[in-house]
Write a protein that binds this ligand. Structure first.
Ligand code: 13P
Length: 341
């Protein structure tokens, strides 16, 4: 393993207030996104949509890496350029989702275990050949009656560490993503407690399995109120609770924390990240973004599957990316800034 190279890639992913574009929706998930705009989810439509995102001129100023799905890392545009080369032309690192999804966890109804370890070493080698420099694996932790179980947290943390070690040996920076879902009526205190337990278990396993933290990125949820909780925490409460948990659980050797948006609106995800960076520093790690929905929602709505709308969709992506990059610097001025610009 070349730890220096891994650490350099991880540093590059968070440098200059840039963040990641999570464009690794599985075939099932992208179908849901396309259903929302009445576009059929064909291979060509999926290619056209991702191509427009990656061709948005200037997006590399705000986006350091894009997470791809297996289909996308193999695709070419009509002019024969691979989508990987389109990213490289914008100075964006190609990354790859390597888990095969969250499946029912044996012995615990309603909880999930993420699969994909079988054959992972060989798949990593192939993805490196195809141009990937980092990888992602998402574990899902659900809050509810008697959930999460200690068992669910433990097996998911164990699998995340096994994945991370295999990636590092194969030359990919592992993004370690334990997502505590926002679904439910629990308050922010419950999310804080569960996120703490989860991150503590994850870093214990990474340590036990000798994962080199300098060559990793953490992709956590923010600590927020459940989506059905009547008492929604404020941005400042979210920022304070999230940073408190990270300080307690995440070693300073980790170069970057790149949040998922997890169902927050575009504006909420940007504001919460900005408040952490503006009010909670100094911090040992960079705090940035690895958003899927919170970077793509406006672009998807502007596109509507129509080639004529490509410039408008690209402008929408560029604007979200610019605002999130400002949030990574702690200088985001709110919606008014977006309108003025
Ligand atoms: P969201 O930002 O839409 O949660 O997606 C990020 C992601 O990659 C989830 O695995």
């Amino acid at each position: 393993m070349n730890l220096d190279a891994l650490a350099q890639t991880a540093q590059e992913m968070v440098a200059n207030n840039r963040g990641l574009l999570a464009a690794d929706e599985s075939t099932g998930t992208i179908k849901k996104r396309f259903d929302s705009i009445n576009v059929e989810s064909t291979e060509t439509n999926r290619r056209d949509y991702r191509e427009l995102l990656f061709r948005a001129s200037g997006v590399g100023k705000y986006i350091s890496g894009a997470i791809l799905y297996d289909e996308t890392i193999r695709q070419k545009s009509d002019d024969g350029t691979t989508l990987v080369d389109l990213l490289r032309a914008e100075n964006i690192l190609p990354g790859i989702k390597v888990d095969t999804g969250a499946k029912p966890l044996a012995g615990s109804e309603n909880e999930k275990i993420t699969e994909g370890l079988d054959g992972l070493r060989d798949r990593v080698a192939e993805y490196v050949e195809l141009g990937a420099t980092f990888a992602k694996w998402r574990a899902v932790i659900t809050i509810g009656d008697h959930m999460p179980s200690t068992y669910c947290i433990h097996v998911n943390a164990h699998a995340l560490a096994r994945y991370a070690k295999i990636c590092q040996e194969g030359g990919l920076v592992p993004i370690v993503e334990p997502e505590v879902l926002m679904d439910g009526s629990h308050d922010i205190g419950v999310c804080e407690w569960v996120t703490t337990k989860t991150l503590e278990a994850v870093y214990h396993e990474l340590y036990q399995q000798d994962v080199q933290l300098e060559g990793t990125i953490l992709k956590p949820n923010m600590v927020i109120s459940g989506s059905d909780c009547p008492d929604q925490a404020s941005t400042r409460e979210i920022a304070a609770a999230t940073v408190r948990v990270l300080k307690r659980c995440v070693p300073a050797a980790v170069p970057g924390v790149m949040f998922l948006s997890g169902g927050q609106s575009e504006e909420e995800a940007t504001r919460n990240l900005n408040t952490m960076n503006a009010e909670q520093g100094p911090l040992p790690w960079a705090l940035s973004y690895s958003y899927g929905r919170a970077l793509q929602q406006s672009a998807l709505k502007a596109w509507l599957g129509d080639a004529q709308n490509v410039p408008a969709a690209q402008a929408a992506l560029l604007e979200r990316a610019r605002q999130n990059s400002a949030a990574a610097a702690g200088t985001y001025q709110g919606e008014a800034e977006g309108k003025a610009a």
